[in-house]
Design a protein around this ligand. Sequence first.
Ligand code: LLP
Length: 463
Amino acid sequence: MSRSAHPAGPRHADVLAEGHYSAPAADLNALDEKVWARTVARDADGALTVGGIAVTRLAEEFGTPAYFLDESDFRARCRAWADAFGPDADVFYAGKAFLSRAVVRWLTQEGLNLDVCSGGELTTALDAGMPAERIAFHGNNKTVAEIERAIGAGVGRIVLDSFQEIARVAHIAQRHGKRQRVQIRVTVGVEAHTHEFIATAHEDQKFGIALADGQAAEAVRRALTLDGLELIGIHSHIGSQIFDMAGFEVSARRVVQLLAEVRDEHGVELPEIDLGGGLGIAYTSEDDPREPHEIAKALSDIVTRECEAAKLRTPRISVEPGRAIVGPTAFTLYEVGTVKPLEGLRTYVSVDGGMSDNIRTALYDAEYSVALVSRTSDAEPMLVRVVGKHCESGDIVVKDAFLPADLAPGDLIAVPATGAYCRSMASNYNHALRPPVVAVRDGEARVIVRRETEEDLLRLDVG
Ligand code: LLP
């Protein structure tokens, strides 16, 4: 992604090179099941439905913009992950992708565990009844107050991210008279093929302790000597939106090597390894994500093979998918406001949300797809850029897409695969009101996170 500034005006024309966008789909009314939640369909009038309810009705009842989340799809994906990994492994849903109390209850009911990375996520999890022992607490700079609360609540594991944190957590646990179960997060030196800002296992970044130069081995040594800690394993997370299993393979191999070193040096076989999350989903028809059972098989084969070679007992594996569970289950519904054709360039379609409800396009150059959903249309495809209503030209929701040329103000359009990192990264920029999340299931829709109101804004602004 280019970070250099250039003057506005004619130069923009150069960046619109031919071929930087794909050709329009053969049928713009078709819904590619790869990118849409599972119960999405079109009704006899051509309106998109989710859980059996038409978006036209949903827009009337809940307004736009809004995120609609397919609850049965979410639950089915939880079960698919849990079944794929089986009883000898653990699946931790990464709450940062999207967390609410309803989500916590679904996870609890479907047998998943939860990865939290802040006091706020921990509060949400505990308040909604997630048993503390099923919670993993993450973060590169957990505050003392957060560590106190996590230990006090009895979380199942804390993932230690630095030498200072090893000492800090040990000290606090001891003060609580506890022995806290912990993992050490290592950076395995893998360059994940993803955007720089969401790659996390190369060495020049803030997370974890490097395997290189014996640093991780030293961290293990220290953790094993501290009374407040029970070291249960090693953790690695290589990045996000990854399709290629090669990075996980290298990571698993290096983590197992560390387990072998630990056994050789301390006579201890650490019982667990966590390979993190980061599995990619389809944002457009061009993406080809793996199914949970393929991922589970690939990971467990690698770990088993490496352990056999090192003559280690195979550790219990855990994974932390966030996006792969919630991402595909939701779409954002917008109303079209202004349609502005720019001769020879493209048509700008402005919607009633924008970078405040989906920052991913601006932040990571993320690609999304979009469809006209309040009706079908036989009009010709037109090249569009879907933009928001914020005072910023980088306020882009969908960079390049095709919509029918008869698109008009008042039409509803939807951007699929917005379940992960959209509401959870939403902002109040320009005093936008963050949209609600509405769960839809079997013909019923209910708000699980309500729309922000102007009163909410004024309540925070104490004058
Ligand atoms: N485990 C750990 C330790 C993580 O740091 C993350 C994501 C996950 C699991 C879940 O990754 P997932 O399966 O959801 O990819 N805001 C960015 C993603 C940042 C992810 C940070 N950590 C985005 O919108 O793409």
